[in-house]
Design a protein around this ligand. Structure first.
Ligand SMILES: [Zn+2]
Length: 444
């Protein structure tokens, strides 16, 4: 059998490593010594315990022991132009933070800036273990074109959209009615060019920023355009108290914030709503009823002092939900850091109010960050777990760097839950050693 240590070898190949994955039927699968066969098309042909006997015509063997292979993570919410600002502005309220740090950054996101930032952003996501990212661009369509081309070249799986705003915007030179039509036609053109490209690896999301930045007509017509094109529709919902008050003032006819999007026809299973942390029982029930999904972004919610989401209420109601880094509202692109922030948030809620349900296990957080996100995107039949027949979107991690004491062993009674717990609570910037989409190694 041919062996290689070159992670960039093209499929077909066989990985030998520890394996940990959620399963579509529930629960986790752990194999201490797994054989993962990736075929020439980048699909998982076999996932089984290692056996020494052949046949090995499946390709060269990459022996990655003692590293562990997990499904690639799915980040449901990020902002490409904002990455340079990550980690700045902790504790500011949302609207001040936007005006002070974010709008100036997005305003400058022209073609040369996008050419610099987009490829670096995708490498950053891959290094964090993210193989699918759902992202906002800026207002300018030519910069979006650059983002899509960068994603196409990099190999990451990406859903991207041009930000749409016809009020409270950084495009102050045009009249709002003109902006509305222009924004719709530019978005439709980008969608026609990129939605579904490379057998669905790239997709488009109509992206009205949030209700404060959009007229009712912008919300309604963008939702209509997304439905017509079979594209996603993404926006922000109920992130911050100041924002909620502003939405109440701008949309006095709506019952609540969620109802603003409901009236626009935006609440469908193709909708991805970031944050949604201050919802009433009525709003949560309405999301569950319509199938509109939530990108839960706890590290961003802590960083911008937005609030603490009662995750258990959403899960109990059956809201479709995955995780988002919200960089740069979130300080870090790593979904492992997002899981940690989510777990701490639930701990605080439980301690303070005694009502946030059973704590999620590390395995539950891994599921939300992989298969949960894939299900939100409606592609859990293709990615999100390591199961035969799916596409080989994988990451390999060296857990030894998360050990508390250098050189003091992983053999000290560590089981699989303990290993996964350390990936979440002691994530190391270099623990992800490789990330593949359809069996192709992503530059990182
Ligand atoms: Zn955001």
């Amino acid at each position: 059998m041919a062996e290689t240590h070159d992670l960039s070898v093209a499929p077909p190949f066989v990985l030998r490593a520890e394996l940990l994955t959620p399963l579509g039927t529930g629960g986790l699968r752990f194999e201490p010594d797994a054989r993962i066969e990736v075929d020439a098309a980048g699909r998982l042909a076999r996932v089984e315990p290692w056996r020494d006997e052949g046949p090995f015509e499946a390709g060269p063997v990459l022996d990655l022991r003692p590293w562990v292979v997990l499904p690639g993570l799915v980040d449901l919410h990020a902002h490409l132009p904002q990455l340079p600002s990550a980690g700045v502005g902790a504790g500011l309220d949302l609207l001040t933070w936007l005006e002070r740090y974010i709008f100036p950054l997005e305003q400058r996101f022209d073609v040369p800036t996008a050419e610099l930032i987009a490829p670096a952003a995708f490498r950053t996501f891959a290094r964090a273990g993210t193989t699918t990212v759902v992202a906002y661009g800026a207002l300018w369509p030519d910069s979006l074109e650059v983002c899509f081309r960068a994603a196409e070249a990099h190999g990451i799986r990406a859903v991207i959209g041009k930000v749409m705003m016809d009020r409270l915007s950084y495009d102050n030179e045009r009249d709002p009615a003109e902006v509305l039509e222009l924004s719709l036609s530019q978005s439709a053109e980008l969608c026609a060019r990129w939605n579904g490209r490379d057998d669905g690896r790239l997709a488009y999301a109509f992206t009205p920023r949030f209700a404060v930045s959009c007229s009712a007509e912008m919300l309604r017509r963008s939702a209509e355009a997304a439905a017509e094109a079979g594209a996603y529709w993404q926006t922000h919902l109920s992130e911050d108290r100041g924002e909620i008050a502003e939405v109440r003032r701008l949309f006095p006819e709506a019952i609540d914030y969620t109802d603003v999007y409901d009236r626009a026809g935006g609440l469908t299973p193709r909708a991805i709503l970031a944050h949604a942390i201050h919802l009433s029982d009525r709003e949560i029930a309405r999301l569950a009823e319509t199938g509109a999904a939530v990108a839960h972004c706890p590290s961003s919610n802590l960083f911008l002092a937005s609030g603490a989401m009662h995750l258990s209420r959403y899960l109990a109601a059956g809201v479709r939900l995955g995780l988002g880094s919200d960089v740069a509202g979130g300080p870090d692109a790593s979904l492992f850091s997002v899981m940690r922030a989510g777990a701490y948030t639930q701990n605080v809620l439980r301690a303070a109010r005694g009502d946030d349900g059973t704590p999620l296990s590390p395995g539950d957080w891994l599921r939300l960050g992989s298969l949960g996100g894939a299900a939100v995107l409606g592609i859990d039949d293709r990615i999100g777990s390591i199961e035969e027949g799916k596409e080989a979107d994988l990451v390999v991690i060296d857990p030894s760097v998360t050990q508390p004491l250098e050189g003091v062993g992983s053999d000290l009674a560590d089981g699989v839950e303990e290993m996964l717990s350390r990936l979440i609570f002691r994530p190391h910037p270099e623990m992800v050693r490789g990330a593949w989409v359809r069996g192709h190694l992503l530059p990182s």
